[in-house]
Design a protein around this ligand. Structure first.
Ligand code: FAD
Length: 470
């Protein structure tokens, strides 16, 4: 093993948590090394998650619009076809450019980048089996574990990434499956189901729970499910997957009601397993230094992201909290600020969630169910996009804004948006919540006309008073 100079910070994992922590640490003047085994930076999010899925969601949406909506806007096309290899190439180009971009940021900020598999030798030493072959030992005063998460496997299901795929395989199918079954109605399953549904697959989503996306406000969820059903996505809720097996030319699924009962056997061309993600710490040798994890395998940290082992920290998908890229980034910045002797802060109640289907669903703060459970007196203000002039002008008006505010103080408790671009619209609400704004604060803020954002203003008016346009 060749020694390496002492680092102030070593980050294991170059995903959104790890690479952001590494850049921030370097910006704070700390000598920093980031270790990544994938051969590319950006982690799950950039390589096989957020970015490639959004690329395919956009491309498939364009195809779908060209086929089904262009004519009504007076744009006539002789024929519209899917060129799947070209679609995949555009996705791969986006991913490739972005991963190289992070390498550039590492150089600019003088983050030392070691490509290889890291494992703990002690709380201040990481041994790296490098991708080139060989081994090196990196020393550091502080080590941040940012090793992320992996696909959760299901008993009775073996993923081959061809016919029984995880999200990774679903991002790289070689042809459009005729029949696609999606196991798990979380946002990943619904997004990937939307991609292939738009490209022509018959999509059925199987879910054990009684509802899709459990973190969503119940009323919005109902509307959202109806919208997906209109797009021909089928749902089998309260259904248990007993087994999934490949057959001569397809896949056979054995299902039964969640409550027990007769089994049903169905056939598909491809089955996507998207039943959640689990923290990834394999091969790290956490036991060697005694880092504590919970039953689910998540690394336990305090509010400064410190584990029970002095000098060892953890952030992102590998610790409890929402498993989202922007949350991992916030963790990374705050963790490094603490290490540098500054203050850091992440409020998990202020982390927005977005489902990037069409329409999108985005939310922040509490759902109506949560507000009820808290026993708070509250008001609800809603405004449908059918009454929003911009949405009508572009003929894309499915959706609603729903605001929950405390009755006595009018303080906003939660905002839920279903709309095209809801993922962009939500940030006004995130800022409002972060600053403890009232619904009247939003309502009295001038919003440009004609914009989708005006629906937020009108929903805010509806929360404490009356909207104008409905
Ligand atoms: P990761 O991104 O998982 O990165 C961890 C990195 O550590 C990996 O690159 C891994 O190779 C490396 N590593 C692990 N162990 C070691 C080791 N011992 N040595 C060296 N390197 C190691 N989130 C969103 O916010 N928005 C979205 O739209 C979104 N879409 C998604 C779509 C899909 C299909 C999937 C699967 C996920 C999506 N996510 C999305 C979730 C998001 O990808 C994760 O929340 C995010 O990547 C977590 O960041 P992280 O840095 O904690 O971990």
């Amino acid at each position: 093993a060749s020694g390496s100079d002492d680092n102030d910070v070593i980050v294991i994992g170059g995903g959104p948590g790890g690479y952001v922590a590494a850049i921030k640490a370097a910006q704070l003047g700390l000598k920093t090394t980031c270790i990544e085994k994938r051969g590319a930076l950006g982690g799950t999010c950039l390589n096989v998650g957020c970015i490639p899925s959004k690329a395919l969601l956009h491309s498939s949406h364009m195809y779908h619009e060209a086929k089904h909506s262009f004519a009504s806007h007076g744009v006539k096309l002789a024929s519209v076809e899917v060129d799947l290899p070209a679609m995949m190439a555009q996705k791969d180009k986006a991913v490739g450019n972005l991963t190289k971009g992070i390498e550039g940021l590492f150089k600019k900020n003088k983050v030392n980048y070691v490509k290889g598999y890291g494992k703990f030798l002690s709380p201040s030493e990481v041994s790296v089996d490098t991708l080139e072959g060989g081994n090196t030992v990196v020393n550091g005063k502080n080590i941040i574990i940012a090793t992320g998460s992996d696909v959760k496997s299901l008993p009775g299901v073996t993923i081959d990434e061809e016919r029984i795929v995880s999200s990774t395989g679903a991002l790289a199918l070689k042809e459009v499956p005729k029949k696609l079954f999606v196991i798990g109605a979380g946002y990943i399953g619904l997004e990937m189901g939307s991609v292939w549904g738009r490209l022509g697959s018959e999509v059925t989503v199987v879910e054990f729970a009684p509802d899709i996306v459990p973190t969503m406000d119940g009323e919005i969820r109902k509307q959202f499910q109806r919208s997906l059903e209109k797009q021909k996505m089928k749902f089998m809720l309260k259904t248990k997957v007993v087994s999934v097996d490949t057959t001569g030319n397809g896949v056979k699924l054995t299902l039964e009601p969640a409550a027990g009962g007769d089994q049903t056997i169905l056939e598909a061309d491809v089955v996507l397993v998207s039943a959640g993600r689990v923290p990834f710490t394999a091969g790290l040798q956490l036991d060697k230094i005694g880092v504590e994890t919970d039953k689910a395998g998540r690394i336990l940290v305090n509010d400064r992201f410190a584990t029970n082992v002095p000098g060892v920290y953890a952030i992102g998908d590998v610790i409890p909290g929402p498993m989202l890229a922007h949350k991992a980034e916030e963790d990374g910045v705050a963790c490094v600020e603490f290490i540098a002797g500054k203050q850091g802060h992440v409020d998990y109640d202020m982390v927005p969630g977005v489902v990037y289907t069409h329409p999108e669903v985005a939310y922040v703060g509490k759902t109506e169910e949560q507000v009820k459970a808290l026993g708070v007196n509250y008001r609800v203000g809603k405004f449908p996009f059918l009454a929003n002039s911009r949405a009508k002008a572009i003929d894309d008006a499915e959706g609603v804004v729903k605001i929950l505010a405390e009755e006595e103080t009018d303080k906003i408790l939660g905002v839920h948006i279903m709309a095209p671009n809801a993922g962009e619209l939500i940030h006004e609400a995130v800022l409002a919540l972060q600053y403890g704004a009232s619904s009247e604060d939003i309502a009295r803020t001038c919003h440009a006309h004609p914009t989708m954002s005006e629906a937020l203003k009108e929903a805010a008016m509806a929360t404490y008073d009356m909207p104008i346009h409905i």
